[in-house]
Write a protein that binds this ligand. Structure first.
Ligand SMILES: [Zn+2]
Length: 150
């Protein structure tokens, strides 16, 4: 049985965000291995839906040739998934979500999480129940968006 949340997985993603300057998300398979990684490519792809989490889910589903992930696949993100990504997690059938930073630490950047991840998951639970671990290892990443602020 794989234990979530995994410090080993989240610390890899947090390190990637500090180095690559993009929110990082990963789909983790039932063996507890990172199966796919996504980062935000909205500007590069001219795609308003190309958030890190959606990209990770899209990549995993394409690799598996399915639109519904197998049991015990989890989604990790360095930031609280927005309504779009939280909904994608429900539709993809992820077992659980682990996120680190949240919108309280978004700094001067626009906050996309106008509905919290928890609220989306609760509203979507009749379709698929998704477990949620919030603010995991947040101290390692909460300074990211405010690093240049006064
Ligand atoms: Zn999103």
């Amino acid at each position: 049985m794989v234990q979530h949340p995994s410090k080993q997985i989240m610390s890899q993603l947090i390190k990637r965000q500090w180095n690559l300057h993009s929110i990082q998300a990963a789909v983790v398979n039932s063996k507890g291995e990172i199966f796919s990684i996504g980062e935000t490519t909205v500007a590069d792809d001219h795609d308003p839906t190309a958030h890190a989490e959606v990209n990770a889910i899209r990549k995993a589903c394409q690799q598996l040739g399915t639109s519904e992930l197998p049991k015990e696949y989890w989604l990790y993100s360095t930031f609280e998934p927005c309504p779009l990504c939280s909904s994608a997690a429900v539709w993809a059938g992820v077992e659980g979500i682990v996120f680190a930073n949240n919108s309280n630490f978004r700094g001067k950047e626009q906050n996309w999480s106008f509905i919290s991840c928890r609220e989306v998951l609760e509203a979507g639970a009749y379709i698929h129940e998704v477990k949620l671990v919030s603010d995991f290892m947040i101290d390692d990443i909460k300074g990211y968006f405010t690093r240049h602020d006064e």
